[in-house]
Design a protein around this ligand. Structure first.
Ligand SMILES: Nc1ncnc2c1ncn2[C@@H]1O[C@H](COP(=O)(O)OP(=O)(O)OP(=O)(O)O)[C@@H](O)[C@H]1O
Ligand SMILES: [Mg+2]
Length: 516
């Protein structure tokens, strides 16, 4: 009897329908099976795993040849998640398994040679896609139960062994549901409070503005001023993710294969890739396609520490992503769109020794060294950060003042209130509009006449780009939301301009230049 089993393939963070079709091949006495449907090496190897797993689970296929097709046959299949579906389809065709409903059951899992099920990458993306295609039931490896428990509207069964899956499909045994299994509580993150950071009030204010309006932030300062410390406290200044955001964060984490469910479920992600990261590691790539750091940080924070040390091509590849909030990967045989809208925070020193522009320390770099260091970050990248702040060194007197300023909870409450105001205004303004991004004209409507004049004068004197003009408008809006006022007035524009003063230098618009 021919059999079809429903499974899926993963591309980036999206899953696609794959059907495993098995049919006996008459006239070929050689036992075993042939695999077709553009399988990559990892899928072709499933012949070895499936054959051994069947035998070691006590199933003997008849002395016959089978054809196994992974449909649609013109899409490349990679990964090890097809093993279980292939084994079930073979057993069904051979008459060794009599499933009562395969038409609406997603079957996923890698098999060990001994017949045990191993976890697979992208379980959550696969389950969500299957649910959207109308499949009501799934069988996944027990090790992936934590991901399965996130979809309460789908019956997700978990299994340890191929033998148990067959018994379940035959109606001889039960398999536990993922949400009935004990899922370990997410590990708590170290409590990092903003009040641990002494002084640096301008930078703290900039963090609050960044969290409220999702503005990119660049911090420039000498070594040991607290840049890294501040950036690590940013996720806790943002509101807790909504259930949809949390599901999206978990789906991305599950598709990466590098983050476990516990970590993915403990709130907004914070990703701080090392500066040696390649372009593919940063924006995504490889075969099979995996999400990069900018996608793993979606709805959270991407921290680019020591910005000038990053590879030039890796940084430049972030340019379109910073504007569109997504990564579009186009290949001859594959197209994928990965969500990528984290809050991007970067930190750098003003020069290689770190003390250019400091009053109490002498900068030992030659002008040439300083120029080379700064030119590693291009002007267009710097232009994409809405907020630029210069951090001074913290002196001992500040330490003696005791804990500085508001704690993270107080700042988060203000951020939540500001975001709510922005959400309500956005909903009002969007009525009858086709695009979600507000135009410059729409943004400037909320400004008073004196505020608009100040903005235009500042643009002129600082020689800013039109992108910076949009950034100034958006930051002014956020500042008004934080202040709880309806109109954007001169204090908001004046503060927004403060965050672009480091742009003043004409040479390469590096924020570090202004202070030397
Ligand atoms: N403002 C501050 N308040 C309290 N502690 C601070 C502050 N700045 C720095 N420190 C202390 O110094 C350590 C180093 O700070 P941090 O790593 O944030 O510096 P940085 O500005 O990132 O330096 P670098 O440019 O070398 O990366 C922190 O772990 C903390 O102990
Ligand atoms: Mg640092």
């Amino acid at each position: 009897m021919d059999a079809t089993v429903r499974t899926g393939s993963l591309s980036g963070v999206e899953a696609h329908d794959v059907r495993v079709e098995v049919s006996p091949v008459r006239g070929l006495p050689l036992p075993g099976f042939d695999l077709v449907g553009l399988p990559e090496a990892s899928v072709r190897e499933s012949r070895v795993r499936v054959t051994a797993a069947l035998r070691n689970s006590g199933f003997e296929l008849p002395e016959q040849r089978f054809a196994v097709n992974l449909a649609p046959a013109d899409v490349r299949k990679a990964g090890s998640s097809f093993d279980l579906a292939i084994a079930v389809a073979l057993l069904h065709t051979a008459g060794l398994c009599a499933p009562n409903r395969l038409h609406d059951t997603l079957v996923l899992g890698e098999l060990s040679l001994g017949g045990h099920l191993r976890p697979v990458r992208g379980v959550l993306a696969q389950l969500r896609s299957a649910r959207d295609r109308g499949l009501a039931r799934a069988i996944i490896p027990a090790a992936d139960a934590a991901w399965g428990s996130l979809l309460p509207d789908m019956r997700v069964h978990c299994a340890e062994r191929l033998f148990d899956v067959v018994a379940f499909l035959n109606g001889e045994a039960k398999l536990p549901l993922a949400d009935a299994l004990e899922v370990p509580a997410p590990p708590t993150r170290d409590a990092l409070d903003l009040s641990d950071v002494r002084g640096q009030y301008t930078a703290k204010r900039a963090l609050e503005v960044a969290a409220a309006g999702r503005h990119g932030l660049l911090m420039v300062g000498p070594p040991g001023a607290g840049k890294t410390m501040l950036a690590r406290r940013l996720p806790d200044l943002m509101p807790a993710p909504s259930p949809e955001e949390q599901l999206e964060i978990a789906t991305i984490a599950s598709s990466s294969g590098w983050v476990n469910a516990g970590v993915a479920l403990r709130g907004r992600p914070f990703r701080a890739p090392h500066h040696s990261a390649s372009e593919a590691a940063l924006i995504g790539g490889g075969t099979p396609l995996r999400p990069g750091e900018v996608t793993l940080a979606h709805h959270g924070v991407l921290f680019l520490d020591e910005l000038p040390e990053f590879r030039r091509n890796a940084l430049e590849s972030l340019r379109p992503v910073m504007e569109s909030g997504e990564v579009r990967i186009v290949r001859a045989r594959e197209r994928a769109c990965l969500p990528a809208a984290p809050l991007i925070v970067a930190a750098m020193n003003p020069c290689p020794c770190g003390f250019a522009g400091e009053r109490k320390r002498v900068c030992r770099c030659t002008p040439d060294q300083v120029d080379r260091y700064r030119s590693r970050v291009s002007g267009p990248i710097l232009d994409r950060f809405d907020l630029h702040v210069r951090l001074p060194p913290v002196d001992v007197a500040t330490l003696e003042d005791g804990p500085g300023g508001d704690g993270s909870a107080a700042v988060r409450a203000r951020v939540e209130a500001a975001r709510e105001l922005a959400r309500q205004r956005h909903a009002r303004e969007q009525v009858g509009r086709a695009t979600a991004t507000p135009t410059l004209e729409l943004l400037s409507r909320r400004l008073s006449q004196p505020a608009l004049r100040l903005l235009h004068r500042s643009m002129d004197s600082l020689g800013l780009s039109l992108r910076a003009y949009g950034a100034l408008l958006r930051v002014s809006h956020t500042l008004a939301d934080l202040a709880g006022v309806d109109a954007v007035d001169t204090p908001q524009v004046a503060e927004a301009v403060q965050y672009r003063l480091l742009d003043r230098d004409g040479r390469n618009r590096s924020p570090a230049h202004a202070s030397c």
